[in-house]
Design a protein around this ligand. Structure first.
Ligand SMILES: Nc1nc2c(c(=O)[nH]1)N[C@H]1C(S)=C(S)[C@@H](COP(=O)(O)O)O[C@H]1N2
Ligand SMILES: [Mo]
Length: 227
């Protein structure tokens, strides 16, 4: 992130306006941040993590078989424009491709995962969250829930993904559609995504109610709520 001004003499308080307030909120939400994943190589592996080459499966043990034809995604809450997508309408939205690392709280990390889907920033543009929205609560087809601040949801490498390495996401990894938020521990990346709720107050999800850290930043080792 760069300072607001390069001119060291410009110490005057800038005029406040609705526009600057909105821009500050966008900055907090990370709307215009770039290169969140461009960390120096030395910092790429968070503390306490080890690298794996395969991709482990972790969930509550029940794997909902929700075919693309039955899958729906509800985008709702404190927004101007709630919508419900079918798989077809979701695929008709602008698509992005990302290359990102996975960090699981159980200490494995996996580098260079190619995901395809719809960016969370695009979702925010579609639904238009009210100004007082601060959190996002995700609900999945297995009953799983997780929560995160909207600025983390809006990271430039976060997406609602349908493909991994050029193929449809397998059911065990959350297909047809899952969230991917690479800069937080992977429990925040809800599989079998059903609902994205924009909320003004925080609502801890499944693991967050069971002792996991509410935020889950791997570089801060925010594994458990006492950390
Ligand atoms: N719906 C749902 N999403 C979930 C989970 C879950 O149990 N249900 N587990 C989370 C946890 S703890 C992890 S580590 C990752 C694992 O994703 P993977 O099985 O694709 O590696 O999914 C997350 N998303
Ligand atoms: Mo996990």
């Amino acid at each position: 992130m760069t300072a607001a001004s390069d001119d060291p003499s410009s110490a005057d308080a800038p005029p406040e306006s609705k526009l600057t307030a909105t821009k500050q909120r966008w900055a907090r939400e990370g709307r215009f941040l770039t290169g969140r994943h461009a960390r120096p190589e030395a910092e790429r592996l968070p503390p306490g993590q080890h690298l794996v080459r395969d991709w482990p499966v972790l969930d509550l043990g029940m794997t909902p078989e929700i075919g693309a034809d039955r899958w729906r995604l509800a985008l709702l809450g404190a927004v101007e424009n709630p919508v419900q997508w079918t798989f077809e309408s979701f695929k008709a939205e602008p698509q992005i491709s990302t290359l990102s690392d996975i960090h699981c709280v159980t200490s494995w990390s996996r580098y260079d995962n190619r995901f395809e889907g719809v960016s969370t920033r695009h979702i925010i543009e579609v639904v238009k969250p009210r100004d007082d929205v601060r959190f996002v609560v995700l609900t999945s087809y297995d009953g799983y829930t997780t929560n995160l601040p909207i600025e983390d949801f809006a990271a430039d490498d976060a997406l609602v993904a349908h493909s991994w390495e050029g193929r449809p996401l397998t059911t065990e990894h959350g297909g047809p559609v899952r969230l991917v938020v690479p800069h937080l521990y992977f429990w925040k990346s809800a599989k079998w995504l059903k609902r994205i709720e924009f909320a003004t107050t925080d609502r801890p999800g499944f693991w967050e109610q069971r002792g996991y850290h509410n935020h889950g930043d791997p570089w801060q080792e925010q594994r458990y709520s006492s950390d």
